[in-house]
Design a protein around this ligand. Sequence first.
Ligand SMILES: [Fe+2]
Ligand SMILES: [Fe+2]
Length: 445
Amino acid sequence: MEEEILAAGASVISDRKEARLESYLGSCVGVTIVDKEGGVGGMLHLLLPEPSGADVDFEPDIYATTGVPRFLELLFGRGALKDRAVACIAGGALVGQTFDADPSMDIGGQTAEAVQGCLEKNGIFVEKSETGGLFNRKMVLDLRSLSTTIEPIWQTEDSADANVEKEVNFNIERAIEAVKPIPQVALKIMRMIERDDYTMSEVGKEIRQDQVISGKVLNFCNSAVMGFRDKIDSIDRAVVVLGEKRLLEMVISASVESSFAQSAHGYSLCKGGIYQHALGTAMIAQEIAAFSGKAAKDIAYTAGLLHDIGKIPLDQFMAVNAPLFYRKIQREGIELCEIEKMRFGIDHAQAGKLLGAKWDLPRNLIDVIANHHCPEKSEEDEELVTVVHIADLLMSRFQVRHELDFIDTERLAQRLARIGLSTEQYPVLVDRIPRNIFRTGSSST
Ligand SMILES: [Fe+2]
Ligand SMILES: [Fe+2]
């Protein structure tokens, strides 16, 4: 059956047909409204209750207070009647375990409330509402029957497998040895960025020397994530369109992709998921670096891109017991790093530190990789580590896919303060998540 995954800020209205709409929801809120008699219905995927005041392009469908009324108007325009319309609401998970200390952080709850308010005001009956809690949900609208299902994402796993732990023959040295090395060109450029001492002709020379990388960079520039309308067909053109720093990031992103090989059953249940998570975290980290002024944008980007490289050597071993791990994390709230330590004797942060050392990465990047789950342990640049930590959190709460992760939020307020931000600015950070992240990995019918 045809399926369309809705990104945050997307909405679809359709007549009955053999297809379904899906939203993966963490703190975002999904809404379906259908008129079964009229044979029309749709779904919208909201990010925030209302505009946060952040200096970003206004997209009405991102916010409940503007997205829901607009959606209703379009739905009525397609023949739905108010009296027959029925809504379901899902998502709005908490940021983390300890939000109670500060209700302003409960963006998901506020978005769900704003949706309720808009529907009530418009006299739309809410049939089902499953919001709040800690865990991610999947909302599906079957466009044939116009019926909605809401389920925890982990239910997509075979639950029979989730009870038995299978033996794995794991050895960290061998696992790291098996990871494809990072291309030299990426390493050279990372060092140039770190020293902040390079010329574009130097970089251009490096890129052009590597045909594979140049090809990949151009592919990347022309991908949907970048969203350029005109085709970029040469590195020189890419410099003009992207600017120097952005091009460097593209080169690094494109050149590390082949090292991110993964199974489709480990840390991400979607092939390429670890890499997509890396790209998204990089883009958000760059934004937080710029907003807070606490880290250089290009270094934050690279650090975000590499923060989870420790998952690469562990991934295929994780795959053997993924259903069990998913269940432990989702139901029992056991942290990912704890499970990894129990199972492999090492967590992905420490495994990443070893891999980073093997790749001879700059020290500040290894520091981020080793401490991104606990920035206070940073030995090099705590602000940079904190920027990436918060980017990782935003990614895991607002760009949900099939990823296995768990980010501790107990010290979130202190961590925001560490980079000069207050908890009241949290919605602004969410609003500043680059919109092209949401389009990453979405498919359309
Ligand atoms: Fe991580
Ligand atoms: Fe991560």
